[in-house]
Each structure stands twice: as C-alpha cells, then as structure tokens.
Write a protein that binds this ligand. Sequence first.
Ligand SMILES: Cc1ncc(COP(=O)(O)O)c(C=O)c1O
Length: 392
Amino acid sequence: MTSSFFPPQRTLMGPGPSDVSPRVLGALSRPTIGHLDPLFVQLMDEIKGLLQYAFQTSNELTIPVSAPGSAGMEACFVNLVSPGDTVIVCQNGVFGGRMKENVERCGATAIMVEDDWGQPVSVDKVEATFAAHPEASTLAFVHAETSTGARSDVAALCALAKANNALSIVDTVTSLGGIELKVDEWGADAVYSGTQKCLSCIPGISPVTFSPAAVERIQNREHKVQSWFLDMQLVMGYWGPNAKRAYHHTAPVNDLYALHESLVMLQEEGLENAHARHLRNHKALVAGLEAMGLSMAVAEEHRLPQLNAVNIPDGVNDAEVRSALLQDFNLEIGAGLGALAGKTWRIGLMGHASSERNVLACLTALEAVLGRQGAATTTGAALPAAKAQLKG
Ligand SMILES: Cc1ncc(COP(=O)(O)O)c(C=O)c1O
C-alpha cells in the first residue's frame, strides 16, 4: 500500500521554489471555506490591497492568477497581444525565449533584442529597435533574469515603450519583494510575478497587475482572447473592481490564505527593509564565496541580490557538488541553465531563505564539498569574511 509522503526538511537556496515561511505553511492548513463565502471575498479584497503595496501600484486590476508564474506571463501576453501585432521581446536569458513563444502563439510577430546571458537588457538596443519598428505596439522584458542573475532597468525600458506609444509587459517573477519595483512610478503596464521566490510563499500563484492603459487595450480588443481561463475580461467578473463575484473558477482557497499571510509578513517587515535584508545577505554570501576563491558570473552593478550566479571552478564536477550538497547537507542550489549550463551555480537568497543562517550554512557546506572534490579553493576564510560583512 502506498503510504503518506513526508518530505525532508531541505534548505532551498536554488532559483526557486525558495523556503516557505512556517507562518505561511501554518496559514495553508487553516480550514477551507467556500470561495464565494463573504469572509473569503473579504480576504480577496485584502489580497488585492496587499498586492498593490507589494507592486507599488494603485492599479485596480491587481490580482493573483490561480496558477504559477508561467500563467501570469501567458495572461499578460494573451490579453495585450492580438494577431498581426508586432512585439519587441528582449532576451538575455531563458525567460525572454518563453516570451517569444507566447508572442508567436498569439499570432503576432516577435522582434528580438538579444543580449549576452549575464548582461542586462540594453536600453540602447531597444531604442534602436523601436526606431526600426515604429509599428511595435508592445515591449516585453524580464526585470530579474533568474537564469543568469542579472537585473535590467525597468524604469528606462518602460519610458522607452511610452515614448513609442507602446505598452510594456514586465516579468517580475524573481524581483517582487526582493528588489525595488515601482510599477506606477516606472510606468509598467502589464506586470506578472510568482509566489515561490521572494514572497516566502508556496509555488502555484501568479500575482499580476494591469495599468489603466492596459485595461483599455483589453476592453477594446477586436479578437477574443485565445485562452478562456486567462481572459481578463472574464476573470474581472470574479476578481475585478466592482465585480459581482460571479463564479469563474474555484479559487485555490488555502493557497490564497498562504499568499495573504506572506503579503502580511512583507507589509510587517516593510518593502524597504525586505530589500535591505536581501542586499545584506547577498553581500555576505559574495564576501564568503570570494574569500573561498570563487568568482561571481555577473558584474557587480547588474547583480541580483536574490539570485547569485557563481562560476564553477575548473576541474570541479557540477552535478556531484550539487548532489553532495543535497544528500549530505539537505541544501539545494541551482544548476546553470541554457548557455550557462555546467558553467555556473545559482544560489538563491530569496524571501524567507534570505537569512544570515542560510548564508553561513551554504558557505560551510560548499567549502566542505569543494574540499572533498580537491578544488583549488581556500579553506577557513569564507565564514570570517561573511561574518565581517554582516557586522560591517
Ligand atoms: C523570470 C521567470 N519568469 C517566469 C517563470 C515561470 O514561473 P513558474 O515556474 O512559476 O511558472 C520563472 C520561474 O522560475 C522565472 O524565474
């Protein structure tokens, strides 16, 4: 007979999911109520308000899509892009490639702006691409590229979109809660995120927010949105402003308790404090890694504090190191993806997992495993360097 599943207590320091706060896990196990129960409707309103705070927006259409980040991505594309449109898509890692797929599946043309993996999106190249394609109606890019650990300039890119009468679609799956994100001030139009990274929450929900200009485009569409589930005109009947709370789909009730709790925690900590914590722990991790003799893959000015791409030293077996960390230390770090596969490790310090304790535990475990591999790394220097950085 198959028995119950009891997972081990891992420390999740990969590209996500990251460690879920015990408070969030506690909220998840509260009694399920009906998704049209007046108390649940009240919870939905609170979630909207808390998401507006997290995104720094007053957009009315700010809701959690009942599915993972990929669904939030798809919701933005299928609602804003129509057949025959031209969309400028920036690619500096894995997720720009998925945006291209989305554009093409909407029957539109994707004009690609490519940058090297590990580099931010080039604002100059986007400007030149708008000049060459005045017909472009949308610009899409990733704020925090999880596959490489590089951050792009949302404010500058959204300003370019506006200057060219285009709307912007911004992926903030890895940035929300971890680094500064000001949807209204930066003029972003359709923004999606995920719950499993810097929000300390479980995977499976995708917060999204749409500006008034994005809502206007959705309301004036000539073509029906190709996805019934993600059609915002229909979802708005359940979640939207002044909605009648008409049944659309059964909301993942307990998952939304979890999201609510994680957003309450973010509000209690305060956005700026959360960002400062991510930065402090990132600096300590980098100090420790560099003292060990390892190097970072992304230039300092473009690094994401929540996703640290580290160059794998010569002669070290990537898979063996990650497997030893998991088996012997219950510690998960991420492999490199795509162009960076086998070249980098991705160490996440996201949300609840961004803690001094995890920085020190990761450095200790990595030092031991690299020592066993005979890597040319320094022993005994990482913890003092990280601790000095944390004190300083
Ligand atoms: C930047 C980025 N966009 C989109 C996604 C897709 O999110 P999900 O895996 O929750 O569908 C991810 C997931 O890691 C991501 O890092």
